[in-house]
Design a binder for this molecule. Structure first.
Ligand code: HEM
Length: 88
């Protein structure tokens, strides 16, 4: 999903996740008790993993692009964090 967001960001300059998906994902993370710290750890792990996987093309521009895509996606998930009334 972050990969898809990165591609979208590159192509259109913004990220568009369908609202219904976003609401579901937001509610799932809210219910699971995922905090900002967890999102930060996952971001570091994601960036490190990409760096280790493709060291030959890794650059600070690439790091920034992935970081921005991740942050925007997390921002969108967090906006929808409140579970809807009947989720289980
Ligand atoms: C951009 C970052 C992330 C994305 C795009 C993402 C995406 C998703 C998606 C699509 C689901 C399935 C939602 C559903 O079926 O309702 C999910 C579930 C979940 N995610 Fe994330 N996630 C992210 C970060 C995190 C982080 C940082 C944590 C905690 C360390 C986390 C913990 C969980 C948990 C506990 C579930 C529920 C698993 C289950 O009950 O089967 N996620 N996530």
């Amino acid at each position: 999903m972050t990969c898809e967001s990165a591609a979208q960001l590159r192509k259109t300059g913004k990220i568009n996740v369908e609202d219904s998906n976003l609401q579901k994902i937001g509610a799932t993370h809210f219910k699971s008790g995922v905090t900002d710290e967890h999102f930060q750890v996952a971001k570091t792990a994601l960036l490190e993993t990409i760096k280790e996987t493709v060291p030959e093309i890794w650059s600070s521009a690439m790091e920034n692009a992935w970081g921005e895509a991740y942050d925007k996606l997390v921002g969108a998930i967090k906006c929808e964090k409140k579970p809807s009334s009947d989720t289980n």
